[in-house]
Design a protein around this ligand. Structure first.
Ligand SMILES: C[S@@+](CC[C@H](N)C(=O)[O-])C[C@H]1O[C@@H](n2cnc3c(N)ncnc32)[C@H](O)[C@@H]1O
Length: 272
């Protein structure tokens, strides 16, 4: 597509360089994602709806809309995430729903990794977490965040990140084909309908919603997840949303702004 040809539509997303410099990191990113580079002397907003670019050494995503919110990135050193990681009194509803207790080892498969926030909370509680992400963009951002987290000045962040293993692929396929190590818990957080709240985390999710709008379906994830988990499957839903795939859970755990539907797999000793 010729971006100067106004009769054609824009790219959804492209990679932007830093002041004309295509660094090794950017070249690798272009190969890894297959995304085009915003051509020299072209305003990003005329070429694409979102840009992926390095800002302060972090792979960042931003809308090119006028007045759009700032860039987002995967940052496990983020203060509010660290507060949630260390909160001494009230355990996260997410951990309660998953039955993940600090100090007990378990293997969680996060089949809709996104920005890796929930996966980081599982890993911070001591779980080994396999993250699967389908979007090549989110996968690249997560990979960048994990690399930085692995050399964080904060020992607790480093420790959590060493327990996180990232895979790229479609969980619907990967769960259906899963035959290796048994997994205790499968966690699903399929895309929410857009919400209007403006807290930092929600802003990240709103951007994700706009970017991945058309491909964010949770097709057959739940049935396949139940086939893989030896203990339980946990599904994050908006508080008043219907059950995923219209399947009634064993019980639900209310979170602050979400509901966690829990499907117990106790009858199954292990993955077949
Ligand atoms: C709402 S976000 C998850 C947010 C995540 N829990 C977090 O804490 O950042 C949903 C993510 O799941 C991914 N996804 C949706 N369906 C998927 C599939 N079948 N396989 C792998 N990833 C999928 C989307 O690309 C998106 O990044």
């Amino acid at each position: 597509m010729n971006a100067s040809d106004n009769s054609r539509s824009k790219f959804t997303i492209a990679i932007a360089d830093a002041n004309g410099a295509v660094t090794n990191d950017l070249s690798a990113l272009i190969v890894q994602t297959g995304l085009p580079l915003v051509p020299p002397n072209t305003a990003a907003k005329d070429f694409c709806n979102f840009i992926l670019f390095y800002q302060d050494g972090r792979l960042s995503l931003q809308s090119t809309d006028e007045g759009a919110a700032g860039a987002v990135c995967v940052d496990f050193d983020n203060e509010s995430l660290q507060y949630r990681q260390r909160r001494p009194v009230k355990p996260e509803a997410l951990l309660k729903a998953a039955g993940v207790k600090h100090g007990q080892s378990s293997h969680v498969l996060d089949a809709t990794a996104g920005f890796g926030l929930d996966a980081f909370l599982f890993a911070s509680a001591g779980a080994s977490v396999t993250l699967i992400e389908r979007s090549v963009i989110l996968h690249a951002m997560l990979s960048d965040g994990l690399e930085r987290g692995a050399v964080s000045a904060d020992e607790k962040v480093r420790a959590a990140v060493t327990r996180m293993q990232l895979l790229h692929g479609d969980s619907a396929v990967m769960l259906a084909q899963h035959q290796s190590t048994p997994v205790d818990i499968v966690y699903l957080d399929p895309m929410f309908p857009e919400r209007k709240k403006s807290a930092k985390v929600k802003k990240n999710m709103a951007l994700l919603q706009q970017l991945l709008h058309s491909e964010a379906q949770a097709e057959h994830l739940l049935a396949n997840a139940i086939g893989v988990a030896s203990k339980r499957v946990v599904v994050k839903r908006p508080r008043h949303a219907p059950f995923l795939e219209a399947r009634k859970p064993s019980f639900s755990q209310e979170g602050k702004s979400s509901r966690f539907d829990v499907y117990l797999c106790a009858a199954k000793s292990q993955l077949a």
